[in-house]
Design a protein around this ligand. Sequence first.
Ligand code: PAF
Length: 282
Amino acid sequence: MKIFKKQDQLKLFLEESKKNIKSIGFVPTMGALHHGHLFLIEQAKKKNDLVVASIFVNPTQFNNQEDLDNYPKTLEKDIELLESVSCDVLFVPTVKEIYHENVVSDKFDFDGLENEMEGKFRAGHFNGVGTIVKTLFEIVTPNNAYFGEKDFQQLQIIKKLVVKNQLPISIKGCAIFRENDGLAMSSRNARLTTEQRNVAPLIYKVLKKVKKKFQEETFEEIAEWVENQFKNHPFLQLEYFTIADEKSLKSINIKEIDTKYRAFIAVFAGNIRLIDNIQLKN
Ligand code: PAF
Protein backbone atom coordinates (compact mmCIF):
# COMPACT_ATOMS: atom_id res chain seq x y z
CA MET A 1 0.00 0.00 0.00
CA LYS A 2 1.31 3.43 -0.90
CA ILE A 3 1.05 6.02 1.85
CA PHE A 4 0.87 9.76 1.15
CA LYS A 5 0.94 12.63 3.62
CA LYS A 6 1.04 15.44 1.07
CA GLN A 7 -1.87 16.18 -1.22
CA ASP A 8 0.34 17.30 -4.14
CA GLN A 9 2.17 13.98 -4.15
CA LEU A 10 -1.07 12.03 -3.96
CA LYS A 11 -2.58 14.07 -6.80
CA LEU A 12 0.47 13.46 -8.96
CA PHE A 13 0.34 9.73 -8.28
CA LEU A 14 -3.39 9.58 -9.07
CA GLU A 15 -2.95 11.59 -12.30
CA GLU A 16 -0.33 9.09 -13.43
CA SER A 17 -2.44 6.09 -12.36
CA LYS A 18 -5.52 7.36 -14.20
CA LYS A 19 -3.72 6.75 -17.50
CA ASN A 20 -4.01 3.00 -16.88
CA ILE A 21 -7.19 2.58 -14.84
CA LYS A 22 -10.90 3.16 -15.28
CA SER A 23 -12.10 3.95 -11.80
CA ILE A 24 -11.01 5.09 -8.36
CA GLY A 25 -12.94 4.02 -5.27
CA PHE A 26 -12.58 6.14 -2.13
CA VAL A 27 -13.21 5.36 1.54
CA PRO A 28 -12.73 8.40 3.78
CA THR A 29 -12.31 7.58 7.48
CA MET A 30 -11.14 9.08 10.74
CA GLY A 31 -9.11 5.98 11.56
CA ALA A 32 -9.50 3.58 14.52
CA LEU A 33 -10.66 1.20 11.85
CA HIS A 34 -13.03 -1.71 12.47
CA HIS A 35 -14.65 -4.39 10.32
CA GLY A 36 -17.26 -1.94 9.06
CA HIS A 37 -14.50 0.17 7.48
CA LEU A 38 -12.80 -2.91 6.04
CA PHE A 39 -16.10 -3.97 4.49
CA LEU A 40 -16.27 -0.56 2.76
CA ILE A 41 -12.76 -1.13 1.37
CA GLU A 42 -13.76 -4.61 0.18
CA GLN A 43 -16.84 -3.19 -1.58
CA ALA A 44 -14.66 -0.53 -3.19
CA LYS A 45 -12.11 -3.16 -4.28
CA LYS A 46 -14.83 -5.14 -6.07
CA LYS A 47 -15.95 -2.24 -8.26
CA ASN A 48 -12.84 -0.11 -8.81
CA ASP A 49 -9.35 -0.52 -10.25
CA LEU A 50 -7.71 1.53 -7.50
CA VAL A 51 -8.88 2.04 -3.93
CA VAL A 52 -7.85 5.02 -1.83
CA ALA A 53 -8.58 5.29 1.90
CA SER A 54 -7.96 8.37 3.98
CA ILE A 55 -7.41 8.72 7.71
CA PHE A 56 -7.97 12.21 9.03
CA VAL A 57 -9.53 13.15 12.35
CA ASN A 58 -11.28 16.25 11.11
CA PRO A 59 -11.29 18.92 13.86
CA THR A 60 -14.04 21.07 12.32
CA GLN A 61 -16.72 18.38 12.61
CA PHE A 62 -16.29 17.99 16.38
CA ASN A 63 -18.58 20.20 18.42
CA ASN A 64 -16.95 18.94 21.60
CA GLN A 65 -13.22 19.43 22.22
CA GLU A 66 -13.07 16.51 24.67
CA ASP A 67 -14.54 14.16 22.05
CA LEU A 68 -11.88 15.36 19.57
CA ASP A 69 -9.04 14.98 22.08
CA ASN A 70 -10.18 11.49 23.07
CA TYR A 71 -10.94 10.22 19.57
CA PRO A 72 -8.99 6.91 19.33
CA LYS A 73 -5.82 7.07 17.24
CA THR A 74 -4.37 3.72 16.14
CA LEU A 75 -2.47 4.47 12.93
CA GLU A 76 -0.09 1.51 12.94
CA LYS A 77 -2.87 -0.98 13.47
CA ASP A 78 -5.00 0.81 10.87
CA ILE A 79 -2.22 0.46 8.29
CA GLU A 80 -1.99 -3.28 9.00
CA LEU A 81 -5.76 -3.65 8.65
CA LEU A 82 -5.83 -1.72 5.38
CA GLU A 83 -3.02 -3.88 4.03
CA SER A 84 -4.92 -7.02 5.06
CA VAL A 85 -7.72 -6.07 2.64
CA SER A 86 -5.27 -4.96 -0.08
CA CYS A 87 -6.14 -1.26 0.01
CA ASP A 88 -3.96 0.38 -2.66
CA VAL A 89 -3.40 3.87 -1.33
CA LEU A 90 -3.68 5.60 2.05
CA PHE A 91 -3.83 9.37 2.45
CA VAL A 92 -2.92 10.57 5.97
CA PRO A 93 -2.68 14.35 5.90
CA THR A 94 -1.97 16.60 8.86
CA VAL A 95 -4.44 19.29 9.92
CA LYS A 96 -2.10 21.89 8.42
CA GLU A 97 -1.99 20.07 5.10
CA ILE A 98 -5.79 20.27 4.83
CA TYR A 99 -6.64 23.56 6.52
CA HIS A 100 -3.33 25.47 6.31
CA GLU A 101 -3.53 28.14 9.04
CA ASN A 102 -7.32 28.45 9.00
CA VAL A 103 -9.06 25.58 10.80
CA VAL A 104 -12.66 26.56 10.04
CA SER A 105 -15.52 25.06 8.04
CA ASP A 106 -17.28 26.43 5.00
CA LYS A 107 -21.02 26.96 5.32
CA PHE A 108 -23.32 24.58 3.46
CA ASP A 109 -26.97 24.48 2.61
CA PHE A 110 -28.11 20.88 2.41
CA ASP A 111 -31.77 21.84 1.89
CA GLY A 112 -32.57 21.41 5.57
CA LEU A 113 -31.11 17.90 6.00
CA GLU A 114 -28.46 19.46 8.22
CA ASN A 115 -31.03 20.82 10.68
CA GLU A 116 -32.56 17.49 11.69
CA MET A 117 -31.40 15.01 14.37
CA GLU A 118 -27.59 15.19 14.64
CA GLY A 119 -27.75 18.76 13.32
CA LYS A 120 -29.89 19.79 16.31
CA PHE A 121 -27.50 18.32 18.85
CA ARG A 122 -24.11 18.88 17.19
CA ALA A 123 -23.90 22.52 16.13
CA GLY A 124 -21.78 23.02 13.01
CA HIS A 125 -21.08 19.29 12.66
CA PHE A 126 -22.33 18.96 9.09
CA ASN A 127 -20.50 22.10 7.93
CA GLY A 128 -17.35 20.35 9.16
CA VAL A 129 -18.26 17.10 7.42
CA GLY A 130 -19.16 18.96 4.19
CA THR A 131 -15.87 20.87 4.27
CA ILE A 132 -13.64 17.84 4.72
CA VAL A 133 -15.53 15.52 2.37
CA LYS A 134 -15.60 18.13 -0.42
CA THR A 135 -11.88 18.84 0.08
CA LEU A 136 -11.01 15.14 0.02
CA PHE A 137 -13.17 14.60 -3.07
CA GLU A 138 -11.28 17.41 -4.82
CA ILE A 139 -7.94 15.84 -3.94
CA VAL A 140 -8.80 12.19 -4.67
CA THR A 141 -11.31 12.76 -7.53
CA PRO A 142 -12.92 9.34 -7.02
CA ASN A 143 -15.54 7.79 -9.29
CA ASN A 144 -17.19 6.04 -6.35
CA ALA A 145 -17.10 6.88 -2.63
CA TYR A 146 -18.26 4.57 0.16
CA PHE A 147 -19.94 5.45 3.45
CA GLY A 148 -21.58 3.39 6.21
CA GLU A 149 -25.28 3.66 6.94
CA LYS A 150 -24.62 3.98 10.67
CA ASP A 151 -24.19 7.67 9.92
CA PHE A 152 -27.30 7.66 7.75
CA GLN A 153 -27.86 11.42 7.99
CA GLN A 154 -24.24 12.01 6.96
CA LEU A 155 -24.75 9.66 3.99
CA GLN A 156 -27.82 11.60 2.80
CA ILE A 157 -25.98 14.89 3.28
CA ILE A 158 -23.00 13.71 1.25
CA LYS A 159 -25.37 12.61 -1.53
CA LYS A 160 -26.83 16.13 -1.44
CA LEU A 161 -23.32 17.69 -1.46
CA VAL A 162 -22.48 15.79 -4.62
CA VAL A 163 -25.73 16.77 -6.38
CA LYS A 164 -25.53 20.43 -5.37
CA ASN A 165 -21.89 20.76 -6.43
CA GLN A 166 -22.40 18.64 -9.55
CA LEU A 167 -19.55 16.35 -8.61
CA PRO A 168 -19.21 13.31 -10.90
CA ILE A 169 -19.03 10.89 -7.96
CA SER A 170 -21.36 8.02 -7.16
CA ILE A 171 -22.04 7.75 -3.41
CA LYS A 172 -22.50 4.21 -2.16
CA GLY A 173 -24.13 3.51 1.19
CA CYS A 174 -23.20 0.24 2.92
CA ALA A 175 -25.21 -1.60 5.58
CA ILE A 176 -24.34 -1.18 9.26
CA PHE A 177 -21.78 -3.65 10.59
CA ARG A 178 -22.64 -5.01 14.03
CA GLU A 179 -20.84 -6.86 16.82
CA ASN A 180 -22.27 -10.33 17.64
CA ASP A 181 -24.43 -8.82 20.36
CA GLY A 182 -25.90 -6.24 17.93
CA LEU A 183 -23.94 -3.13 18.92
CA ALA A 184 -23.25 -1.08 15.79
CA MET A 185 -19.51 -1.00 15.09
CA SER A 186 -18.00 2.40 15.77
CA SER A 187 -14.53 3.71 16.45
CA ARG A 188 -15.91 5.23 19.65
CA ASN A 189 -16.81 1.75 21.03
CA ALA A 190 -13.13 1.32 21.92
CA ARG A 191 -13.58 3.99 24.60
CA LEU A 192 -16.45 2.24 26.42
CA THR A 193 -15.76 0.84 29.89
CA THR A 194 -16.57 -2.85 30.43
CA GLU A 195 -19.81 -1.92 32.17
CA GLN A 196 -20.85 0.46 29.39
CA ARG A 197 -19.88 -2.05 26.71
CA ASN A 198 -21.98 -4.76 28.40
CA VAL A 199 -25.15 -2.68 28.37
CA ALA A 200 -24.66 -0.88 25.01
CA PRO A 201 -26.40 -3.65 22.96
CA LEU A 202 -29.66 -2.40 24.51
CA ILE A 203 -29.62 0.32 21.82
CA TYR A 204 -30.05 -2.15 18.96
CA LYS A 205 -32.46 -4.32 20.98
CA VAL A 206 -34.67 -1.25 21.38
CA LEU A 207 -34.46 -0.47 17.65
CA LYS A 208 -35.44 -4.04 16.72
CA LYS A 209 -38.47 -3.80 19.00
CA VAL A 210 -39.34 -0.43 17.47
CA LYS A 211 -39.38 -2.10 14.06
CA LYS A 212 -42.06 -4.51 15.32
CA LYS A 213 -44.01 -1.82 17.12
CA PHE A 214 -44.06 0.36 13.99
CA GLN A 215 -46.62 -2.04 12.50
CA GLU A 216 -49.18 -1.53 15.27
CA GLU A 217 -48.46 1.50 17.39
CA THR A 218 -48.46 5.27 16.91
CA PHE A 219 -45.25 7.26 16.82
CA GLU A 220 -46.09 8.83 20.23
CA GLU A 221 -46.61 5.40 21.83
CA ILE A 222 -43.34 4.10 20.40
CA ALA A 223 -41.38 7.19 21.46
CA GLU A 224 -42.73 6.94 25.00
CA TRP A 225 -41.83 3.25 25.14
CA VAL A 226 -38.27 4.02 23.98
CA GLU A 227 -37.88 6.78 26.57
CA ASN A 228 -38.96 4.34 29.28
CA GLN A 229 -36.31 1.81 28.26
CA PHE A 230 -33.59 4.33 29.12
CA LYS A 231 -35.28 6.08 32.03
CA ASN A 232 -33.10 5.85 35.16
CA HIS A 233 -30.67 3.57 33.33
CA PRO A 234 -27.42 3.52 35.33
CA PHE A 235 -25.11 3.69 32.28
CA LEU A 236 -27.08 4.84 29.23
CA GLN A 237 -28.76 8.18 28.66
CA LEU A 238 -31.09 8.76 25.74
CA GLU A 239 -30.30 11.95 23.82
CA TYR A 240 -32.91 11.59 21.09
CA PHE A 241 -35.12 9.04 19.40
CA THR A 242 -37.14 9.73 16.31
CA ILE A 243 -38.80 8.08 13.35
CA ALA A 244 -38.14 10.01 10.18
CA ASP A 245 -38.70 9.94 6.44
CA GLU A 246 -35.49 8.52 4.91
CA LYS A 247 -35.38 11.21 2.24
CA SER A 248 -36.26 14.43 4.06
CA LEU A 249 -35.08 13.13 7.48
CA LYS A 250 -38.07 14.92 8.96
CA SER A 251 -39.80 13.26 11.91
CA ILE A 252 -43.21 11.84 11.11
CA ASN A 253 -46.61 12.14 12.70
CA ILE A 254 -48.55 9.92 10.34
CA LYS A 255 -47.37 7.17 8.00
CA GLU A 256 -47.75 7.62 4.28
CA ILE A 257 -47.75 4.91 1.66
CA ASP A 258 -44.71 4.80 -0.66
CA THR A 259 -42.47 6.52 1.89
CA LYS A 260 -39.50 4.82 3.50
CA TYR A 261 -39.02 5.36 7.21
CA ARG A 262 -36.16 4.82 9.59
CA ALA A 263 -35.83 4.99 13.36
CA PHE A 264 -32.85 6.99 14.63
CA ILE A 265 -31.35 7.05 18.10
CA ALA A 266 -28.50 8.76 19.95
CA VAL A 267 -27.45 7.57 23.40
CA PHE A 268 -24.73 8.66 25.79
CA ALA A 269 -22.69 6.07 27.69
CA GLY A 270 -20.89 8.41 30.08
CA ASN A 271 -19.49 11.04 27.73
CA ILE A 272 -19.31 8.67 24.75
CA ARG A 273 -22.01 9.28 22.21
CA LEU A 274 -23.39 6.28 20.32
CA ILE A 275 -25.77 6.51 17.37
CA ASP A 276 -27.67 3.84 15.48
CA ASN A 277 -30.64 3.47 13.14
CA ILE A 278 -32.87 0.86 11.58
CA GLN A 279 -35.01 0.76 8.46
CA LEU A 280 -38.71 0.27 9.17
CA LYS A 281 -41.36 -1.55 7.15
CA ASN A 282 -44.50 0.37 6.33
O1 PAF B 1 -17.78 9.13 8.99
C1 PAF B 1 -16.62 9.56 9.22
O2 PAF B 1 -15.73 8.84 9.64
C2 PAF B 1 -16.33 11.03 8.97
O3 PAF B 1 -17.43 11.82 9.26
C3 PAF B 1 -15.81 11.31 7.54
C4 PAF B 1 -16.85 10.98 6.50
C5 PAF B 1 -14.55 10.50 7.29
C6 PAF B 1 -15.46 12.79 7.41
O4 PAF B 1 -14.50 13.18 8.32
